[in-house]
Design a protein around this ligand. Structure first.
Ligand code: URA
Length: 209
């Protein structure tokens, strides 16, 4: 079974409170989502491999550590996932970015892929799949499947707020995928919103409604 890691650093909790507040406007909301994504990325990349490098400091020669060049891909689930990309790229500027778009067919209720553009070498990359809200888990489960169908081997799912139902569904469908979240909320309401949540993350990021 995949792990669910709740990243409850004080800075993360504070910024999360600010984005939950309905009086936080789109500009501040976007900035905070970027900052939160950066803080999550710090923890998500904790196991990146290192190698020794020889350098010269102003004082002497030294053997120190540097990333060994593991390739990373960041994949936002459209559209709200876009808000998390810049923050992650600030920490991992060499990562490539793919995009996945999924909608739910109103008749079959099955997730349908409407957009998928990925780096060609995704099989060699550690993928960080991002979506601020993990509600029912439907989009995340479908997106992980689309990535695996194209050869992805190593996927981490990174969200800001999750419902217990979504976590359980993703863990059941994809036990090899670890989930990183800033908070696990109480439940989903009848409209599929996370409670207490923060409302519609896409609308709040892009000022739509
Ligand atoms: N998607 C959102 O943006 N918010 C929710 O609460 C649930 C799904």
């Amino acid at each position: 079974m995949g792990k669910t890691i709740v990243l409850d650093h004080p800075l993360i909790q504070h910024k999360l409170t600010l984005i939950r507040d309905k009086n936080t406007g789109a500009k501040e909301f976007r900035e905070l989502v970027e900052e939160l994504s950066m803080l999550l990325a710090y923890e998500v990349t904790r196991d990146l491999p290192l190698q020794d490098v020889e350098i010269e400091t102003p004082v002497c020669k030294a053997t120190t550590k540097a990333l060994s060049g593991k390739k990373i891909g960041v994949v936002p689930i459209l559209r709200a996932g876009l808000g998390m990309v810049e923050g992650i790229l600030k920490l991992i500027p060499a990562a490539k970015v793919g995009h996945v778009g999924v909608y739910r067919d109103p008749e079959t209720l099955q997730p349908v892929e409407y957009f998928c553009k990925l780096p060609t070498d995704i099989a060699e990359r550690d993928l960080i799949l991002v979506d601020p809200m993990l509600a029912t888990g439907g989009s995340a489960i479908a997106s992980v499947k689309f990535l695996k169908d194209r050869g992805a081997q190593n996927i981490k799912l990174v969200c800001l707020v999750a419902a217990p139902e979504g976590i359980e569904a993703v863990q059941k469908a994809h036990p090899d995928v670890d989930i990183f979240v800033a908070a696990v909320d109480e439940r989903l309401n009848d409209h599929g919103y996370i409670v207490p949540g923060l409302g519609d993350a896409g609308d709040r990021l892009f000022g739509t409604k």
